[in-house]
Design a protein around this ligand. Sequence first.
Ligand code: AMP
Ligand code: MG
Length: 524
Amino acid sequence: MRALRFDNRFVRELPGDPEEGRHVRQVHGACYSRVEPTPVRAPQLLAWSPEVAGLLGLGDADVRDPRFAQVFGGNALLPGMEPYAACYGGHQFGNWAGQLGDGRAITLGETINDRGQRWELQLKGAGPTPYSRRADGRAVLRSSLREFLCSEAMHHLGVPSTRALSLVATGEQVIRDMFYDGRARPEPGAVVCRVAPSFIRFGNFEIFASRGDEPLLERLIDFTIDRDFPELAGERDPVARRLRWFEEVCRRTAVLMAHWMRVGFVHGVMNTDNMSILGLTIDYGPYGWIDNFDPEWTPNTTDAGGRRYRFGHQPRIAHWNLWQLANALYPVIREVEPLERALVSYADIHEAEYRRMMQAKLGFAAWQAGEQGDDGLLDTLHRLLERGEVDMTIFFRRLADVDIEAPSLAPFEAAFYDGSRRAAIETELLQWLQAYGARVRTEDVPADVRRAGMNRVNPIYVPRNYLAQQAIDAAEAGDLSELETLFEVLRQPYVEQPGCERFAARRPDWARHKAGCSMLSCSS
Ligand code: AMP
Ligand code: MG
């Protein structure tokens, strides 16, 4: 396997935990604890991303080298790797939860590719760390496969996300109680190698603020700006620079939320420890994809009561999370107003981005704001899609096929889940399509140009929960072909691929209430 070049700034420039060993503890005055992955019995490479390997300068031969599975399963280190687990805290489901930290993730190092890009390599499921609390530091195949698959699918959909290099089976079993009902059972274990410029979360800053450790808070902020936001280097005044940085975090988060709403992604656990400071989708757990359009839906059974993290609530939750981050930053900024202004800008930027993306989805050349305009049109559509149980992905994809001179429901045959729910909205949906056709005709855009534009933003394939579950069932039975095919299709989510119709189909009836398809627990 080819050598990688490492430049481990996080451990070099920030203070680490002086205590050694994996025993669980509160870590004060440090950003991380050095800890090595715990070796596994029989690491076996199940899948890998050629795009991510390429980013790191690795080719086919490197991935096929037996040492690859050893390294990315956690059994060996490459020269230059300096593994550690990061210390962070977080607000979980609205409450401050204290120290959390990388309980099963271990960063191997920061590699620099030949274009000078920095990529942090992080194993998830690599064994216990000082932050494992009462858990085992491991991950099961089903959740690891879901993270691997979705990270890359998100990237190809154009949604900012951490990436995934590899999925390695450990050859060991992990005990999980999937439904928290006392029926724990052994499941196959796996390790994903995640890749991102940085895995720093809101919670990395919150932990030091909560402990009143302002010097370390300040160091971590300035480090983050220096390493990950080089565009802010021109601002000489440190407080002004920190403010510009917070504004940028707000902006990126606003854009990310608009993307999630555009593609129908529900994160499921938007705790502040699961919010990336780079505005990336991070920590794929009980996430889900919208099948029938439903702003109230959450895939996470742990959140079924309050539905705090339901689809339609995500932009507001991100705002709440940014408030917590602003609170944490206040001690080293000491100015309330500009922080508040940045939080207000979040809402403005989110709305503008959301409209821009919806404009593209609907195929409009410009957005006509207002209840009598496109905002009203979109609002009506969303209510119809919800009432009629219409598939979000299929509806938007097929909207490009509507004959705007004589609209009909014909393009949407495959989008309905329930005959009576369909019957209840048919007349109104047809009226809506007529209004939509009239609206499209107000703009002088050639039909093929409009269609092509819409097809670039309305995916035909998304990693629907039931598709991922089918790949998991097959993989657990030793058959990787389902994962391979699905992964391949999702590399071009906007391009119709012959023979792949089944990956574009709405959720089948059997999957409506099946575990893994419509509901997922945090057990992973
Ligand atoms: P999550 O909400 O899944 O992102 O995880 C919340 C916290 O629990 C983080 O600090 C994780 O590192 C930790 N955690 C989750 N699963 C495990 C596990 N199996 N072993 C150790 N720590 C875990
Ligand atoms: Mg997490």
